[in-house]
Design a protein around this ligand. Structure first.
Ligand SMILES: [Fe+2]
Length: 306
């Protein structure tokens, strides 16, 4: 893959890993630990990743073991690649287990160095929130989960913290918001019923702010939109892929995994590349061109690379 341009923050955006503490299969069919390992192996050669994000539903069962497994796997990937690592809870997560392993979710800072946290006890009723600065960008996590519910909401507390983060010390390149329930409509009835309930409150805070992009998950399918003029990107899930073209009132998913590679430039431009991870038992390559052939075609057919 093309390396990021100078001054650009490249983000590996993962979502909905749904790991289980005891290795139980997700929905009785998918080994999510193996799926996560496959995704991470598939993107191992992506150059210049400065931040790795998991935008919620990190765990299926909320167990500390499942969070430790994500810490080890995704955090280990980030450390090896010298990238920061940030996670936010989704509706399947349990704040208690999440905090035990990830504290406020800002696990590794710039360069992949562990961040120190004061481990004060916070009850599960308090949303997980945090902010860090990576490559001149402010990274703010917003917990949209509602304990015991599947739908999402940005609580007054979470909104207040987001407002405070955005009006805090200025950063040169702007802000990246990470949350689970995206402020967008959903293609299926079930996900629509479980959507973010108050996108207008989030829109009010984003309007006129320095937020460059909102990164979310939850829909288990890649989607893109805008809120208050700010791009909203929904990463495909690691666990499975929602069938978005079936009957609206039914819900099904395919065994598939993916991720986004999101480049955010210093001027606020956003470029997102969805990555689909082939299953080992399918998807034979349609073709392969070696570097020499690519260079020849590019020379003959394109204006650059002369
Ligand atoms: Fe999910």
């Amino acid at each position: 893959m093309q390396p990021p341009a100078a001054g650009t923050l490249r983000i590996l955006h993962l979502s909905d890993t749904h790991l289980t503490g005891d290795g139980a299969l997700h929905q009785g069919s998918v080994d999510t630990t193996a799926a996560l390992d496959a995704v991470l192996a598939h993107v191992d050669g992506v150059p210049g990743v400065g931040l790795v994000v998991v935008s919620g539903d990190v765990s299926e069962d909320g167990s500390p073991e499942s969070y430790r497994s994500v810490r080890e796997r995704v955090g280990g990937w980030a450390e090896r690649h010298g990238a920061a690592f940030v996670v936010v809870p989704g509706n399947h997560d349990q704040r208690e287990g999440f905090r035990q392993v990830f504290a406020n979710g800002h696990v590794l800072g710039e360069g992949g160095h562990p961040l120190a946290h004061t481990m004060e006890y916070l009850p599960p009723s308090v949303p997980v929130s945090g902010r860090t600065t990576v490559a001149g960008f402010r990274v703010v996590t917003v917990d949209t989960s509602v304990p015991g519910a599947g739908y999402g909401e940005v609580s007054e507390t979470a909104l207040e913290r987001l407002r405070a983060a955005l009006t805090g010390d200025p950063v040169p390149n702007g802000t990246i918001v990470v949350l689970h329930h995206p402020p967008l409509p959903s293609p299926t009835l079930l996900h629509e019923a479980l959507r973010l309930q108050n996108p207008e409150d989030l829109a009010e805070v984003l309007a006129g702010s320095d937020v460059r992009v909102v990164l979310g998950g939850h829909q288990h399918h890649h989607a893109a939109g805008t809120l208050a003029g700010v791009p909203v990107l929904v990463a495909p899930a690691v666990a499975n892929d929602t069938d978005v073209v079936g009957p609206y009132d039914e819900e099904s998913a395919h065994v598939a995994a993916g991720a986004l590679v999101v480049d955010v430039a210093a001027d606020g431009s956003v470029w997102s590349t969805p990555v689909r991870v082939p299953r080992p038992d399918s998807d034979p390559l349609a073709f392969v061109l070696d570097a020499e052939t690519v260079a020849r075609i590019a020379r003959q057919a394109g204006p650059g690379l002369r």
